[in-house]
Ligand binder design. Structure first.
Ligand code: E4P
Length: 217
């Protein structure tokens, strides 16, 4: 399973990248606003830092304008994935932009039928939003499982990029149902390494290292 960082914070991305398991980055207008940076400038900086796909979202709502924005975003770097919303205009833009050889991430997916349309439009990634469904008492993980089954039934190559991840259990559940990618805030990704028994066990080993005078170097 691939791990993408869901942030436009370059320091957080650098930190995760240094750990060696970052496969890409997703941004959205809210994350760009939070960064306080110019979208083209910060996206270029992220693309230079990360080898994998970096999603950058269009601002337009009409297909022709989305296509024009997508072409401009795609010129930033070879690893740009143009992000378009799951509307009929977004799907039209997706078809054109993928036809021109660009990666496209179709975002704001909340139903299996929306995901089916994105696959038919040739999307590289479909982004179902788990947390926002959970927020309204609908199990977001059911959506991931249903999309997995539909894509496998027909051999669609669109990758399921589970988004709006809020907890480490979301990550585990996505892995269990077969999401191709998760995108999560950097803190959630780093928290995957935590376990109180690891901390407790290490403390005991360190005490014995000290008491036993154990040295390697
Ligand atoms: C995905 O690409 C989105 O940027 C993101 O996961 C949305 O998450 P949120 O629902 O926590 O804002």
């Amino acid at each position: 399973m691939k791990f993408f960082a869901d942030t436009a914070d370059v320091e957080a991305i650098r930190d995760l990248n240094d750990l060696g398991f970052l496969d890409g980055v997703t941004t959205n207008p809210s994350l760009i606003k939070k960064s306080g940076r110019d979208i083209l400038e910060v996206t270029k900086e992220i693309c230079d830092m990360v080898e994998g796909p970096v999603s950058a979202e269009v601002t337009a709502t009409e297909a022709e304008q989305m296509i024009a924005e997508g072409r401009k975003l795609a010129k930033i770097a070879d690893n740009i994935a143009v992000k378009v919303p799951l509307t009929l205009d977004g799907l039209k833009a997706c078809k054109v932009l993928t036809g021109e050889g660009n990666m496209v991430n179709v975002t704001l997916c909340f139903s299996p039928n929306q995901a089916l349309l994105a696959a038919k439009a040739g999307a590289t990634f479909i982004s179902p939003f788990i947390g926002r469904l959970d927020d309204i008492s609908i199990d977001g993980m059911d959506l991931i499982a249903e999309i997995r089954q539909i894509y496998d039934n027909y051999g669609y190559e669109t990758q399921i990029l589970a988004a709006s991840i809020r907890t480490v259990n979301h990550v585990k559940d996505c892995a269990m149902v077969g999401a191709d990618v998760i995108t999560a805030p950097p803190d959630v990704i780093k928290s995957l390494a935590n376990h109180p028994l690891t901390d407790k066990g290490l403390a005991a080993f360190l005490a014995d290292i000290e008491a036993g005078g154990i040295k390697i170097l």
